[in-house]
Design a protein. Structure first.
Length: 112
């Protein structure tokens, strides 16, 4: 198994991509841009997949991170593609991802 810190870095990288590409972006512009929607969904899938590779003891140590919700969102995106809730995606990108980015940055700093 890869060192879990690699997966933390994957989470951080995707959070940065989402944050950088959603600055000053309006919901209407997001929802009407198929390529952007697909790219954002892919970043969320990568985050969710990386979360599944974080060891349980690390998840317990950093229990303030919404690990289960992140993994669950990945599962919804992968297995229910035709029923994607774009408002949920938008909310995650604008409300959850900035918080996650800060949490993961702190984790990387503490675990280094």
């Amino acid at each position: 198994m890869k060192d879990y810190k690699i997966f933390l870095r994957h989470i951080l990288t995707e959070a940065e991509v989402l944050e950088r590409n959603s600055v000053n972006l309006r919901y209407d512009d997001f929802i009407n841009n198929e390529i952007l929607c697909r790219a954002f969904i892919r970043s969320l899938e990568i985050i969710g997949e990386a979360v599944k590779n974080i060891p349980d003891n690390i998840k317990e140590k950093y229990s303030d991170v919404e690990w289960k919700k992140l993994a669950g969102m990945r599962d919804k995106l992968i297995h229910h593609y035709f029923g994607i809730d774009y408002e949920m995606i938008w909310d995650a990108i604008n409300r959850k991802i900035p918080q996650l980015k800060i949490q993961v940055e702190r984790m990387i700093e503490k675990e280094s």
